[in-house]
Design a protein around this ligand. Structure first.
Ligand SMILES: Cc1cc2nc3c(=O)[nH]c(=O)nc-3n(C[C@H](O)[C@H](O)[C@H](O)COP(=O)(O)O)c2cc1C
Length: 347
């Protein structure tokens, strides 16, 4: 067992979850933590004109305020998605709002898009010199009515559109009242049209929930086709608790559940999207990656790129290179010569 698992994590896990996160970020944003290096040419890919050194990125919500964008390559990630950013600065929900469920390798959060707002984050990003592709995840401000959502996303995008390798319309967080209703076709098309008015040249994704029924997912696929989306990110956290036994501590906390418990739902969603999506549309698979097999499965289910949040919190700073090295070993074992060859073989 490494230093993180035997010493650091037990200490961090003695702190309230959000304090541990903040402490971690204060060290990470200074570039003080470094993983061993691992690179392999089989992991390199290019999509929508952007080069990704490997397929495993840091999912949205960890570096919400773009504080550590210059340093994420030091941890071995292949990309980072910052945000969620909203037009209005907002404090998010009252604390506590992040809960660990170590027995099931899960987290429940109800942060509610705490962030400094698009203006501050846009100027921070403009000054940054990241060494990885940076995605920018956009959400609706809490104070903005649902029927004014398109303008709210548009206002943020107007300030941020020059600073991202790709953009994400996040309509799948469970922690902003009504937000998930924006996954419906009409509102979603309105938001995308408003963004295109500002800049129609940027790669654009929609991030979906793992709780959508198949016909609702088909609507998102229609939107992807009609609005010529670059791709879809699947998935966000789940509202479901069916995968947790009734007596597990924090099970009944309000919020989105992530990590191991969301893996199956996220993979079912990814599979449905991959089976029905137009060729050339990029799928980013996220939810419940904890080891190389999980990464392998997501690519085999059709993911072009993957992201991780909870597994990294449990896995620690050496997690990404360790998983990538094992993943390359699995590719070699199976005689897979490129990620494109593996993609979709389990569909
Ligand atoms: C504490 C926490 C905060 C999150 N915040 C955001 C967010 O602001 N925006 C977003 O799109 N997703 C957010 N997510 C969802 C993750 O990006 C990811 O989609 C989800 O956790 C599933 O991946 P995982 O199982 O690897 O954690 C958050 C997740 C966690 C655990």
């Amino acid at each position: 067992m490494g230093f993180y698992h035997s010493v650091l994590r037990p200490l961090l896990f003695m702190l309230p979850a959000e304090s541990a996160h903040d402490l971690g970020m204060s060290v990470l944003r200074r570039g003080w933590v470094k993983a061993r290096e691992f690179h392999h040419s089989i992991l390199e890919q290019e999509f929508f004109g952007v080069k990704f050194p490997n397929p495993l990125g840091l999912a949205a919500g960890f570096d919400k305020h773009a504080l550590a964008v210059n340093h994420w390559h030091l941890l071995g990630f292949g990309s980072v998605e910052i945000g969620t950013v909203t037009w209005h600065p907002q404090p998010g929900n009252p604390k506590p709002r992040l809960f660990r469920i170590p027995s099931h390798q899960g987290l429940i959060n109800r942060f509610g898009f705490n962030n400094e707002g698009a203006r501050v984050i846009a100027s921070r990003l403009a000054a940054a010199r990241p060494q990885l592709p940076v995605g920018v995840n956009l959400g609706k401000s809490k104070v903005t009515e649902l029927d004014a959502a398109a303008k709210d996303y548009q206002d943020s995008y107007r300030l941020l559109h020059r600073s991202g390798a790709y953009f994400v319309v996040n309509v799948s967080s469970p922690n902003t009242p009504g937000l998930r209703s924006l996954q419906e076709k009409g509102p979603l098309l309105d938001i995308l049209a408003a963004l295109r008015e500002v800049d129609g040249t940027k790669p654009m994704f929609v991030k979906v929930a793992p709780d959508l029924e198949m016909d609702a997912l088909d609507d998102v696929l229609d939107v992807a086709r009609e609005a010529k989306l670059t791709g879809i990110i699947a998935t966000n956290t789940t509202l479901s608790r069916e995968m947790l036994p009734a007596n597990v501590r924090f099970r009944d906390e309000v919020g989105g559940l992530s990590g191991m418990p969301v893996r199956e739902k996220a993979n079912m969603t990814l599979r449905h999207l991959a089976q029905n999506i137009e060729k050339g549309t990029v799928l980013i698979g996220v939810g419940g990656i904890f080891d190389a097999q999980d990464l392998y499965d997501k690519v085999a289910l059709g993911a072009h790129l993957c992201q991780i949040y909870t597994g990294w919190v449990y896995g620690g700073p050496q997690f990404v290179p360790n998983v990538l090295e094992e993943f390359v070993g699995m590719l070699e074992r199976d005689g897979v010569r490129s990620l494109a060859d593996l993609r979709g073989v389990k569909l």
